[in-house]
Design a binder for this molecule. Structure first.
Ligand SMILES: *[C@@H]1O[C@H](CO)[C@@H](O)[C@H](O)[C@H]1NC(C)=O
Ligand SMILES: *[C@@H]1O[C@H](CO)[C@@H](O)[C@H](O)[C@H]1NC(C)=O
Ligand SMILES: *[C@@H]1O[C@H](CO)[C@@H](O)[C@H](O)[C@H]1NC(C)=O
Ligand SMILES: *[C@@H]1O[C@H](CO)[C@@H](O)[C@H](O)[C@H]1NC(C)=O
Ligand SMILES: *[C@@H]1O[C@H](CO)[C@@H](O)[C@H](O)[C@H]1NC(C)=O
Ligand SMILES: *[C@@H]1O[C@H](CO)[C@@H](O)[C@H](O)[C@H]1NC(C)=O
Ligand SMILES: [Zn+2]
Length: 504
């Protein structure tokens, strides 16, 4: 009935407009007069945010993560899993249901996923208890234990000449520093090593990633400085340390997808862009990391459709963030110079609801980052101040999807509520919560479910995200023009991180 009726009206409209007879206005004035939407305002769209709507979405996302149980025995939304594929469907179908307000694009790109099932390292007659397998490590040959003497590599193992000739058939022991773990592993492989062990120079165990796979990578471990010390002393003394290494792991290439939604309205040469990541780690459902960010974006994308925008608003849901910012890196690498310049700034929203939260603002400055980053930082600061809330600055060090943007001259910044950092006494005074504990005790773990999200912090930050969108959707007045080339602003030295994992 309804369907037939609306088809009939459509036909009537078509006829009327073709004949230019404006009789429909009197027939049905409400339909015929194009109702102009109000221009978006910070106050209005902030008022549209409710923790109830966010919680509802979080519960839906957890159900989606449960589809990962098939393969992983627990909920996960890691790229390649059913949980991630269903997350993409959920985001896409929610956006598609909003009609023609957005132009939606799937950007599929190649990604690598690694899974380590088992590993063991025996040096002499002991297993260093700090032993970890690096992420994206290949397995040992035939996924079987390999045997050889431990050989000490000179310097930091960043040059081929650091590897003594008897590295062939041996297990290379390499100091951390100067170059990425991936380079050390590659050099060890080229020198004929059966496996590589990188030892830390800072305190604690060493967990990192080899990054982009290379055919020369060998099975690679990290151990602590304390565990390495007696072996180094013995090797320097000419002692032969017969050892064995074993890693059962896979590294495979898959396709995964970024979803981009841009308002059809607004000045397309001046876009405010924001993103969160659609994927989680393999270990858990990732409802705070980064369900909280990606669902906030989805909710705001939905609420924004009530309004008019003057500048284009472009939302992104990145894939492969947890494997090393793969999706956002790929996206930025594919922008032509002209397209790059249309992005006035990029706002990163990764983890907005940590249970032991702090209100953290990336300390993005114009001295070190593309000009405009500091103006964005100050937008967040001003808002927290106006709300009477405390905030802290945190390092803008390459740990999330803003990294590719600032490296390509696009101003960036964002907010977060904390991951595996430990809350100080001062921060406990400022934000409440538990001193001496992680901001998110379930970070990258199975327990990052719905109840891991602090709804109060989430709603506060979702309102701030709404404020950031509304502000720039209306005007870039006072915000620096985009610059290109060297003028864009410096980008700090190669950071230790690229994503959540250490790379060197
Ligand atoms: C884009 O990807 C989503 C998620 O996988 C899918 O549901 C949708 O059909 C895709 N759309 C197009 C046009 O390819
Ligand atoms: C590793 O062993 C050392 C002693 O050899 C011990 O002090 C340390 O607590 C152990 N660490 C872990 C994580 O078991
Ligand atoms: C170094 O060698 C000497 C003699 O071979 C031996 O007594 C000593 O224990 C060795 N030291 C280490 C740290 O292995
Ligand atoms: C490898 O060669 C170095 C000298 O370059 C030597 O000190 C070391 O003992 C040798 N290691 C083994 C296991 O033969
Ligand atoms: C923020 O970064 C600037 C360098 O750009 C530095 O001088 C300042 O100390 C940093 N502030 C905090 C609180 O980390
Ligand atoms: C802000 O932090 C101070 C301590 O530095 C604390 O006394 C105050 O209550 C905090 N304000 C809020 C809104 O939490
Ligand atoms: Zn994250």
């Amino acid at each position: 009935m309804r369907q037939t009726f609306s088809n009939a009206v459509f036909l009537l409209c078509a006829t009327a407009s073709a004949l230019q007879i404006p009789f429909l206005e009197s027939l049905n004035p409400q339909n015929a007069v194009t109702t102009k939407k109000p221009l978006v305002s910070s106050e209005a769209i902030q008022a549209d945010i409710s923790s109830k709507a966010l919680l509802k979405r979080a519960k839906e996302l957890f159900k989606i993560a449960e589809l990962g149980i098939d393969e992983y025995n627990h909920p996960t939304r890691v790229i390649g899993s059913k949980g991630h594929l269903a997350t993409l469907d959920y985001i896409y179908s929610t956006l598609a249901s909003l009609g023609d307000y957005y132009t939606i694009t799937n950007q599929t790109f190649p990604a690598v996923v690694g899974n380590t099932f088992e590993y063991r390292l025996v040096l002499g007659d002991a297993s260093p208890n700090s032993t970890q397998a690096m992420s994206l490590t290949p397995p040992t040959t035939d996924k079987e234990p390999v045997f050889g003497p431990l050989v000490l590599v000179a310097n930091d193992g960043c040059a081929a000449s650091d590897y003594p000739s008897n590295t062939t058939g041996a297990i290379a022991l390499i100091q951390r520093g100067t170059c990425p773990f991936g380079t050390k592993s590659e050099n060890a492989g080229k020198a004929g090593a059966l496996a590589a062990v990188v030892y830390n120079t800072a305190d604690g165990s060493l967990s990192g990633t080899l990054g982009t796979p290379s055919p020369h990578h060998v099975a690679t471990f990290g151990i602590s400085k304390a565990d390495a010390a007696p072996y180094i002393a013995a090797l320097k003394n000419g002692t032969i340390i017969e050892s064995s290494a074993y890693i059962d792991a896979i590294v495979e290439s898959i396709g995964t997808t970024n979803i981009i939604a841009q308002t059809t309205a607004g000045d397309a040469s001046n876009c405010v862009m924001l993103g969160g990541h659609s994927d989680s780690v393999a270990e858990g459902p990732g409802i705070n990391d980064d369900g909280s960010g990606s669902l906030t974006l989805l909710e705001i994308a939905t609420q924004l459709t009530k309004y008019e925008v003057r500048n284009c608003v472009r939302f992104a849901w990145w894939a492969g963030e947890e494997e090393g910012l793969l999706g956002s890196d790929y996206y930025v690498s594919q922008l032509s110079a002209a397209e790059n310049k249309k992005i006035r700034l990029f706002m990163d929203y990764d983890m907005l609801a940590s249970p032991n939260y702090a209100y953290q603002v990336y300390n993005a400055t114009n001295a070190l980052n593309p000009v405009g980053s500091e103006e964005l930082r100050d937008l967040y600061v001003d808002w927290y101040k106006k709300e009477g809330l405390n905030y802290t600055f945190i390092a803008f060090d390459g740990r999330s999807d803003y990294d590719g943007f600032i490296r390509h001259g696009i101003p960036g910044g964002g907010i977060a509520t904390g991951a595996e950092g430990v809350k100080t006494r001062k921060e406990a005074e400022m934000f409440g919560g538990r001193e001496g504990e992680w901001f998110d005790p379930c970070y990258h773990q199975l327990c990052d479910g719905v109840s891991n999200c602090d709804l109060e912090a989430w709603e506060v930050n979702a309102r701030l995200v709404a404020h950031s969108v509304a502000t720039y959707a209306v005007s870039f007045e006072g915000f620096p023009e985009r610059r290109v080339g060297v003028e864009a602003g410096r980008v700090a030295e190669t950071p230790l991180y690229h994503g959540s994992k250490l790379v060197m």
